[in-house]
Design a protein. Structure first.
Length: 286
C-alpha cells in the first residue's frame, strides 16, 4: 500500500497510508495532494505538510473561530486569511450574528480542489451570501485594505514559502490597523514543542502592537508535536477575561453546535505550559 510521509520536520514525522490518491497537482504556488485514509478520512497536504483531515478538522476550525467571536461578543465583520479548504468559513458562517465575511486565499486551485474533494469542510459556506471570497496574497490584501473587521483569523500554513510573510511584523501591523476598536486577531502558530522559535517570534511582534496578547492551545491529533498554539492579539484586554458564565451564555444564545469547543474549553485553553510562558516572557497571571 502506498503511503504519504510528512516532511515538515527534519528529524521527526508521521506517515499516512494512502488508500486512494484522489488528486495531486502543482499549482501556481504549491504542491497539493488529497488522498483517502481509512482512519482519518480525506486528507490534504501542501508542500509536504499535512493541512487538514476530515476526521479531526473540527478541533482546529472550532477553536480558531468560536474563541475570538464569542470572546468579542458582538462580531459583525470577520476576515479570514487563508483557509482555502473552507472549514474556517463554515464555522464563522454558523454565527447568525456575523453580517459579512471576507476570505482571502492566495490559491484558487486550493479552493476549487477542496470544494470538489473535501466538500464536508465548507459544507456549502462558499455559497453563503454574506461571504466575499478574494483570491489574493494575504499580506498584500491587509496592507492595502481600507475596511475594518471585528475579528481577523489567520488560517495560514507553516511559515515557509508564500506563507512566510504572514508571520512577519508587517503583517501583524497591518492586521492591527484593519481591526475595529475592540477587534481581535487570532492566528495558527504551530506546535510549540517543535516550533518554539515561531511562537517566540510572534510574541515579539504582537507584544508591542496590542493592548492584550497571549496564546491559547488545543491538541489536534493530525498536527504532531503536542498541543498547537494559536496567537491571540486583542485591542481590548477585557475580551480575554470574559467570565465563564458570560461565555456559556453567549455560546447558548449563538445556537451554534460544536464537537470540540465549549465555554470551559475556551477559558482553559489560555492556560499555558511553563516552558511556553518562559519562552514568551510571561508568568501565570499575565
Amino acid at each position: 500500500m502506498a503511503e504519504y510521509r510528512e516532511t515538515l520536520h527534519k528529524n521527526y514525522g508521521q506517515y499516512f497510508a494512502v488508500d486512494k490518491m484522489l488528486h495531486e497537482v502543482r499549482t501556481e504556488h504549491q504542491h497539493l495532494v488529497i488522498f483517502e485514509n481509512a482512519l482519518m478520512g480525506r486528507v490534504m497536504a501542501l508542500d509536504g505538510a499535512i493541512q487538514t483531515t476530515e476526521a479531526d478538522e473540527f478541533f482546529y476550525h472550532e477553536m480558531l473561530t468560536h474563541t475570538p467571536i464569542l470572546a468579542h461578543g458582538a462580531a459583525r465583520r470577520v476576515l479570514i486569511i487563508g483557509g482555502g479548504d473552507g472549514g474556517m468559513l463554515r464555522e464563522v458562517c454558523r454565527h447568525a450574528s456575523v453580517e459579512h465575511v471576507t476570505m482571502v486565499e492566495i490559491d484558487q486551485a486550493v479552493v476549487d480542489m477542496c470544494k470538489e474533494y473535501l466538500p464536508k469542510h465548507s459544507n456549502g459556506a462558499f455559497d453563503d451570501p454574506r461571504v466575499n471570497l478574494v483570491i489574493d496574497d494575504g499580506m498584500s490584501f491587509v496592507a492595502n485594505c481600507t475596511d475594518t473587521f471585528d475579528v481577523i483569523i489567520s488560517d495560514c500554513p507553516d511559515p515557509t514559502g508564500p506563507a512566510e510573510v504572514l508571520f512577519s511584523e508587517g503583517f501583524y501591523e497591518a492586521c492591527h490597523r484593519c481591526l475595529t476598536a475592540d477587534g481581535i486577531l487570532v492566528a495558527q502558530n504551530g506546535t510549540p514543542f517543535l516550533q518554539l522559535d515561531e511562537v517566540k517570534t510572534t510574541a515579539k511582534h504582537i507584544s508591542s502592537l496590542f493592548a492584550d496578547w497571549h496564546f491559547y492551545h488545543a491538541a489536534v491529533p493530525t498536527y504532531i508535536g503536542g498541543a498547537m498554539t494559536f496567537a491571540w492579539a486583542a485591542k481590548n484586554p477585557a475580551a480575554r477575561q470574559q467570565p465563564l458564565a458570560v461565555l456559556r451564555q453567549r455560546y447558548a444564545e449563538s445556537g451554534v453546535t460544536t464537537r470540540y469547543y465549549n465555554a470551559d474549553i475556551h477559558q482553559a485553553a489560555f492556560a499555558l505550559p511553563q516552558y511556553v510562558l518562559q519562552a514568551i516572557g510571561k508568568h501565570n497571571n499575565d
